[in-house]
Design a protein around this ligand. Structure first.
Ligand SMILES: Cc1cc2nc3c(=O)[nH]c(=O)nc-3n(C[C@H](O)[C@H](O)[C@H](O)COP(=O)(O)O)c2cc1C
Length: 191
């Protein structure tokens, strides 16, 4: 598969089969993620791979949080669906910002550095998703873990900022592409 094939064929997968994902494939995804570019090559990404009981524990934390926030209906509708898919995914990869606890920078600078680190981590997540596509795995990038970031971090012994999670498994659906704006509508080009 070439890169453009992987980019065009990737979809967010929210239904997974029960099949176990071989550890070697997860390792390949993680290795690909570490090849992403990063600001001053800081490589701020940190990953925690969850399967089995630990995964269930983390999902249960988010489920509890979503129930407690149920009065915020708009926010919670997507979050509840997200917890369901997390339960069915055999593997969950938590993505942390390993540089988020560094001190010694004055505030404006630390804000800029944080933005650059989060951009770098976004690039590593997308690289991981494209590698998974090539490997025949389904993935979905999950931002809703933010709702319980601190508690999820505690559950896996991390004090760093939780950025996102990626659910991984073998696809049990083949969704149509979600609509995109044309590149011409989102681009200004000065020639
Ligand atoms: C930063 C980010 C956060 C996301 N969070 C969630 C989420 O919490 N739950 C979910 O089901 N999908 C989530 N998604 C997936 C998007 O809904 C999906 O990428 C978008 O609808 C486009 O669909 P596609 O990935 O199939 O092209 C997230 C995607 C990104 C990039």
């Amino acid at each position: 598969m070439d890169t453009l094939d992987a980019i065009y064929s990737r979809r967010s997968i929210r239904k997974f089969t029960d099949a176990k994902v071989p550890a070697e494939l997860i390792e390949k995804m993680l290795e690909a993620a570490t090849k992403a570019p990063s600001s001053t090559n800081r490589q701020p990404w940190r990953f925690v791979v969850l399967e089995g009981a630990k995964k269930d524990e983390v999902v249960a934390i988010l489920v509890k949080r979503v129930v407690r926030l149920k009065r915020f209906k708009t926010l919670i509708s997507g979050a509840a669906a997200t917890t369901n898919l997390m339960q069915s995914a055999p593997v969950l990869i938590l993505v942390f910002n390993g540089a988020s606890r560094k001190r010694g920078l004055i505030r404006p600078l630390s804000t800029i550095v944080n933005v650059l680190d989060v951009q770098s981590i976004g690039g590593s997540i997308q690289t991981m998703l494209l590698a998974a596509q090539e490997l025949g795995l389904g993935t979905v990038w999950l931002g809703y873990v933010f709702l319980a970031a601190r508690k999820i971090g505690q559950a896996v012994g991390k004090k760093e900022q939780l950025i996102a999670a990626v659910a991984v498994g073998y696809p049990h659906e083949s969704p149509s592409p979600r609509p995109r704006k044309n590149w011409q509508d989102v681009t200004e080009w000065f020639k």
